[in-house]
Design a protein around this ligand. Sequence first.
Ligand SMILES: [Zn+2]
Length: 498
Amino acid sequence: MSRSANENSHRKPVILLMVDTLMDVTLQKALENEQAPAFQFLIEKGQYFPDIVTAFPTMSVNVDTCLLTGTYPDQHNLPGLVWFDKEENRLINYGSSFPECRKLGIHQTLEDAFFNLNNKHINHDVETIHETLWEQELESTSINALVFRGNNNRYYHFPLWMKWFGRMNDNLAVKGPEGFTYGRFSKYISSRQYQRFWQRFGFNNTFSTQELIHLIQKNKVSPFTIVYLPDLDKWIHKHGRMFTKGIEKVDHQLQKVLNSFDSWEEALEKYTWIILGDNGQAWVDPDKQKALVDLRNIFNDFKIMKLNKGVMPDDQIILGVNERMTFLYTLDSENLPVSDFVPYLEKDERIDMIAWKNDGWIEVRSGVQKGKLKFRPDGNYKDDYDQEWSIEGDTGLLDMHLDNQHLTYGEYPDTLARISSSLNSHEGDYLIASVKPGYEFIGESSPTHVGGASHGGLHAQDSLIPMIVTGTDTSPQHLRMIDLKEWMLSMILHDQPS
Ligand SMILES: [Zn+2]
């Protein structure tokens, strides 16, 4: 089926540029330093929202699935970058670090990232924005996003080494949208022409924007396009939260996109632009001993599953480390319930949240301060997002404030819904924990970012991201990642004043 891109000219196509780890604090500093003229232009001509609440764990695959489906992981079922699949009895890892993936098996990691993530792991009971638009007979495009489930069979072109060593197969389909770029494996512009863009297999800002510019110049922009810019994440990990040079480089790519029009104003006349972060990052202490919370040391009384062996008969614990957050699974919930792990974690004052399910409630503890807190959905307290909760115990553990029946959040945005969604994101007996800014969890072969920055955690530094939007006076119902899908659909499907 062919669907024309601009058949309804009164509807302005929406181009969403997702800048991994765009943060308000870095952006403001770069604007002050006059390092970001394109950002400056878009902010002046549009609306700026500095604090959108993103999903937990604050990892791109989970966040992107929240954006596309408008749901938290309790509904979309993609728990994070690393998680244990009870049905298949194995750890899933979409690519946290090369040593970790090598131990789990290169073929398995590639198969999970290239195929299973979109074809299998995202719940089929929820719809991505690509699928919703398809039902409305509207085309959409995904450029370099990791999450892209759509209605069309798409095929990758794997290089020979991946066919030989990774046992990857060109004949297997992945479900994607009509317009589809996935690094050098599926693309528009030819390899010969753009050899120099192949760093990280085409998953870089330059290639992402080149593909978008190609579609703009050919007048083939879909009613909805998402373009993923991955590089800033890596720079902030390495150089820290205030690396404004990273914003300057991203701005340079934005300028190239705007320069592909006769004028920057023309870009705004033709398209609605959304520039969005996906997760923030919290600073990490430069002292390695302090910075890294090694779960193997904390749980050295127990037998932890080894990555290269998989689940063995005498294993007791599995670590699902997502940088500043971790899942902790018990393999014997009868004799070793997850509540037995809590005293070990509570002893460490770097751990700011420990939560698990207990008899219809969610229990919360912290290494930062003593006390007990439990909560469950439905009850007398209403939060800023119109969600109702029953709460008992020390609300200070999660920096929450009760005023009559009203509940407000402090350092941990939308914390009850996000903790609850993570504890209900997949099958299995597990608890979840996060660390304060300054620290990150490690297990076997985990990536580390000592003296830089990291994410995954529940804290505001990981959880708040900015958004710039041009061409509309409307705003989402709430300023959360899960509220953007409905809002974007309303812009794409309904007439916009030009
Ligand atoms: Zn990252």
